[in-house]
Design a protein around this ligand. Structure first.
Ligand code: SF4
Ligand code: SF4
Length: 436
């Protein structure tokens, strides 16, 4: 990896040439499966990124000739789901390549003025300040609860402006925000078996407070003391995936300060997308930077909540749940963190739960961070297939392990009228523990 002070280590020649063009990743790639186009396959994208890398490295290259609109389009359409990494026999670190390609695009390609301003505000300022997130949440909550949303849907104004689908993707804003829990400590039920720091996310604090509360209940019921560090910040995943690596590095620095590693056995998250980035915090810093060693230690302590609970072993009594469920793998849990069995084992531990595998559960649902907002049409195309498979299982509930996937699947249930519930694994465990 070469060095870049703004974005950390960048890929080198060998990182691209590790691809031997075998094509084993093609069928795993959601966009290739949709369009059958080499340019929208992992192999095709690696080739394009390699050409840009070579052009960059060449003294003869003209700056204006480096990035074409076509290149930006093919890279924008990638979900960064990393299914190609799981399929690749040659060990291509595709996620790193595409994130650096996006950082390069961000530095050298001129998007429209409005896109430039909006992206900069969202990926740098909005995610970094809880007051922006809370203010926006209050506005959306007013829209949802004052009847404005129902009226807008009823009179068809959203359809008129092409916003009907995006409106379906809008999360339900919580009555009470989880930000209020920052700085709290929750005692274990019974003897303490572990002490953990809970990473609460960013937007999840106004849209998934219930999930965060359920996660804490499940952890404490299983003997964990849970701290919620006050100064924690967004993990930086959305910014890193969009090419704002300097912003992602700032988020990482804040979390390196906020979490006192000596004080806890693990840093636990219920968001697979966040966990995946936090487990790779050291990739954001070069070895000579002072943060690198600290980032490695932070990454080594980070655990997805399903991974952590499965390792710890459940001690809380689980009541019977006579219910049929299926499980959608979250890409950043399965492909980013290589965790497949932990959530399934936890589900199978619930007495009477009828667990049935979801066909093609390893293929992305189309959520992919902000993909369902920036590439709504493609995201909804992927969702059609996902809901067809979910219906084929006859499951009453679709379970998954990432808030973004929950939102996407909830939108799928509403748009395709499948009448299913969508829950996180820990929410189902919470119900089994409480017996409700
Ligand atoms: S990250 Fe996902 S969408 Fe992108 S090339 Fe790989 S498999 Fe395809
Ligand atoms: S599977 Fe790996 S080596 Fe083969 S084409 Fe895909 S990225 Fe290249």
């Amino acid at each position: 990896m070469s060095q870049n002070s703004n974005s950390g280590p960048s890929p080198v020649y060998e990182d691209y040439t590790r691809c031997i063009h075998c094509g084993l990743c093609l069928n795993a790639c959601p966009t290739y499966r949709l369009w059958n186009l080499e340019a929208d396959s992992p192999r095709g994208r690696i080739q394009q990124m390699f050409r840009v890398f070579q052009s960059e490295a060449s003294d003869l290259a003209q700056p204006e000739g480096r990035i074409s609109e076509g290149f930006v389009d093919h890279i924008d359409k990638c979900l960064d789901c990393r299914a190609c990494e799981t399929a690749c026999p040659s060990g291509v670190a595709y996620g790193r390549l595409v994130e650096h390609a996006r950082a390069h695009i961000e530095r050298t390609y001129e998007r429209s003025w409005i896109a430039h301003v909006a992206r900069n505000f969202f990926f740098r300022d909005f995610l970094s300040a809880s007051h922006f997130i809370e203010d926006a949440a209050r506005v959306f909550r007013l829209y949802q609860r004052s009847g404005m949303q129902a009226v807008a849907r009823g009179i068809g104004v959203l359809k008129l402006f092409g916003l009907a689908e995006r409106d379906r993707l809008l999360p339900q804003i919580d009555s009470e925000f989880f930000f209020n829990r920052f700085g709290s400590t929750f005692p274990p039920v019974g003897p303490r078996r572990a002490r953990v720091a809970f990473f609460a996310g960013c937007i999840a604090n106004v849209t998934f407070s219930g999930l965060n509360e359920a996660t804490i209940r499940v952890l404490t019921a299983n003997g964990c003391e849970v701290l919620v560090p006050k100064e924690q910040s967004c993990c930086g995943a959305l910014s890193a995936h969009a090419g704002f690596r300097d912003a992602a590095r700032d988020f990482a620095r804040k979390n390196l300060e906020a979490f006192r590693l000596d004080d806890v056995d693990a840093i636990v998250t219920n968001a697979a997308g966040c966990g995946s980035t936090m487990k790779e915090y050291d990739h954001l810093f070069s070895e000579h930077e002072p943060e690198h060693a600290q980032a490695r230690a932070f990454a080594a302590k980070t655990r997805d909540v399903t991974e952590f609970l499965e390792d710890l072993g459940l001690t809380a009594k689980l009541n019977r749940l006579r219910h049929r469920v299926t499980y959608q793998d979250s890409c950043h849990l399965l492909h980013g963190q290589k965790i497949r069995e932990a959530p399934r084992k936890l589900l199978r531990a619930i007495p009477d739960l009828d667990f049935v595998e979801l066909p093609y559960s390893e293929i992305c649902c189309g959520s992919a961070g902000t993909y369902n907002v920036t590439q709504t049409e493609t995201s909804l195309q992927l969702l059609v297939e996902k809901m067809r498979h979910a219906q084929s299982t006859a499951a009453q509930t679709i379970v998954t392990a990432n808030p973004g996937c929950i939102l996407q699947l909830q939108a799928g249930v509403a748009l395709h009228h499948t009448n299913q519930n969508v829950l996180h694994v820990v929410e189902l465990l919470d119900r089994a523990i409480s017996g409700t």
